[in-house]
Design a binder for this molecule. Structure first.
Ligand code: ADP
Ligand code: 5GP
Length: 210
């Protein structure tokens, strides 16, 4: 039975685990689509254009915004980030869920334009000390970049109450179990299953034919 595709928004302070959790979601259900954002930030070691992000110049990014090609966009840590619109609309039409790893500003913008299709989830770290350990453990950023991300964390965390669901990512496997529970529950909502009326009409016809 076809259903509307969900827009699953994952936000958290940097290092709390949202990229890891979104990768796990995609492995669990390969029909889910990750919304690959465009950004003006330079690639980190191991990142590939078109996989983690579309790495673009400021000019190219701004042209995409001007052309209306971004579902949302925001400045984070001095770089521009945005979610390209086309692939999201295509996935929704096909009944496929889209996962967004975006900040609170992007989350707010998508909620404003597509409220009924959005499920928003905020991920909190178990402590600030652990958040910093995870950022350092990732081994991808300089001390200066890490200090900047830690400073921004307080601001990101201040938006936790704007989200539908909040997960404290202490144990990764336990958090992932909770995340799957949310997705499974949201997929079953009546308003996300437009084919149900037709299905129940069939049941009634079967009654009538008895
Ligand atoms: P974000 O996408 O929110 O910036 P990441 O998913 O990159 O965060 O996670 C940051 C680091 O923390 C990664 O090295 C990841 O493997 C690790 N990590 C994520 N969740 C946990 C957890 N529950 N326990 C320990 N380490 C974790
Ligand atoms: P990073 O540079 O660590 O990959 O991402 C930095 C921050 O930008 C994270 O909080 C991430 O969620 C956010 N981000 C990534 N892509 C987008 C996007 O397309 N839009 C918005 N608003 N934020 C994004």
């Amino acid at each position: 039975m076809t259903r509307r595709g969900l827009l699953l928004i994952l936000s958290s302070p940097s290092g709390a685990g949202k990229s890891t959790l979104s990768r796990m979601l995609m492995e669990w259900d390969p029909t889910m689509r990750f919304s690959v954002s465009a950004t003006t930030r330079p690639p980190r070691p191991g990142e590939t254009d078109g996989r983690e992000y579309y790495f673009r110049s400021r000019d190219d990014f701004q042209s995409m915004v001007a052309a209306g090609d971004m579902l949302e966009h925001a400045e984070v840590f001095g770089n521009l980030y945005g979610s390209p619109r086309g692939p999201v609309e295509a996935a929704m039409k096909a009944g496929r869920d889209t996962v967004f790893d975006i900040d609170w500003q992007g989350g707010q913008q998508i909620k404003q334009s597509m409220r009924d299709d959005v499920v928003s989830i905020f991920i909190l770290p178990p402590s600030i000390a652990e958040l910093e350990r995870r950022l350092r453990g990732r081994g991808q950023d300089s001390d200066e970049v890490i200090a900047g991300r830690m400073a921004k964390s307080r601001d990101e965390i201040s938006h936790w109450a704007e989200y539908d669901f909040v997960l404290v990512n202490t144990d990764l496997d336990a958090t992932f179990e909770d995340l799957k529970t949310i997705v499974q529950g949201q997929r079953l909502r009546r308003d996300r299953q437009p084919a149900l009326s037709e299905f129940v009409r069939g049941l009634n016809e079967e009654f009538a034919a008895r």
